[in-house]
Design a protein around this ligand. Structure first.
Ligand code: FDA
Length: 296
């Protein structure tokens, strides 16, 4: 009952936002390094000590104006420098709408080019996250544009989208690099597969295409069956990526087998939308939240 109420509250946003945010942060701390870049660097160094590289994400999305976008760009530029100064093995990953895609396409393209140039200077990789389906086309176009001068870049592709087979082929043909994820947004059936089985089947299909391509790619899932499948493909052109706070034992097992693993580590004050996605994708997390509500 509590679980259903919590789910409804998350869905409708009809809750007292301050109280709910406070309670949510207790749970969110599991997946988020903290508010500051310093905390993110600490978590990244910890991931490095556990044999993984780190992918840092300054939380933020749907930036509504150029001021917000400018702040995000500056944060990433200084974060990349800080990673270098503190000897972090890793890179950053950023969202298109954080860099201005909801404001203006050209601004977003220019901002990605600026970050890619900085990443190149520092010898770091740059990942582009994928957001909801209305941004897919523009995100891929921007990625392929940035890729022309910056081969050390990659983009996330969501296996739940029906279009992703064609997108993966297109990106492979251009020599691009894909991070394969299942997908974390709510999409209508016209765009996305409706069942988990269909999404998993598509994930397997795309996994094989990427393994055969020879291009570097990332297997970004915590799904043990798909991870096994990827391991069994014996592709030497991929790395495994998982989110902070999820399936740490699986990360350690892969590291122990000598496979490359990266941990995605988000930080910043805009932790709510990210955490809501994490809570929604697993019933047990709703229980965790419900318990936190009961204990308050
Ligand atoms: P699935 O949801 O089937 O989970 C498999 C198993 O993993 C579960 O049984 C459970 O054990 C564990 N698990 C998964 N989620 C959990 C959670 N929240 N809490 C606790 N355990 C959990 N999405 C997107 O749309 N755009 C993007 O750019 C990215 N980027 C990205 C980067 C990286 C490195 C990862 C790992 C994931 C993303 N995602 C993403 C998120 C992705 O689309 C997806 O929502 C989550 O990874 C959950 O799906 P799984 O593939 O883990 O499978």
């Amino acid at each position: 009952m509590m679980c259903t109420m919590t789910a409804q509250a998350l869905h409708s946003h009809s809750y007292d936002s301050t109280l709910m945010e406070r309670l949510l942060f207790r749970v969110a701390k599991k997946w988020v390094a903290g508010y500051s870049a310093g905390e993110a660097i600490g978590a990244a160094l910890d991931a490095n000590r556990r044999g993984m590289s780190a992918i840092l994400n300054f939380l933020g999305e749907d930036a509504a104006d150029r001021t917000q976008v400018g702040l995000a760009v500056r944060e990433y530029l200084s974060l990349m420098e800080l990673m270098r100064a503190r000897g972090v093995r890793g890179c950053v990953s950023t969202k298109p709408t954080q860099l201005g895609l909801a404001v203006d396409y050209d601004t977003c393209l220019q901002n990605f080019s600026v970050l890619a140039k900085k990443a190149k200077e520092l010898g770091q990789f740059l990942w582009i996250d994928m957001e909801s389906a209305r941004f897919t086309e523009d995100t891929i176009t921007i990625y392929l544009e940035v890729l022309k001068d910056h081969p050390m870049t990659g983009v996330a592709i969501q296996a739940y989208l029906r279009r992703s087979g064609a997108d993966v082929l297109h990106i492979i043909e251009h020599g691009g690099k894909v991070r394969l994820v299942k997908g974390a947004y709510h999409e209508p059936e016209e765009h996305a597969f409706a069942t988990g089985e269909e999404v998993d089947r598509n994930y397997s299909r795309l996994l094989k295409m990427l393994a055969e391509s020879g291009n570097f790619f990332a297997v970004a899932t915590h799904d043990g069956r798909l991870v096994d499948e990827a391991v069994n493909l014996r592709a030497n052109n991929c790395e495994f990526q998982m989110l902070m706070g999820i399936r740490d034992e699986l990360k350690s097992q892969l590291v122990a087998r000598g496979l490359p693993v990266a941990e995605y580590i988000p930080y910043g004050s805009q932790w709510l939308p990210y955490s809501v996605r994490r809570i929604r994708e697993r019933k047990r997390n709703l229980l965790l939240l419900a318990r936190s509500l009961v204990q308050s």
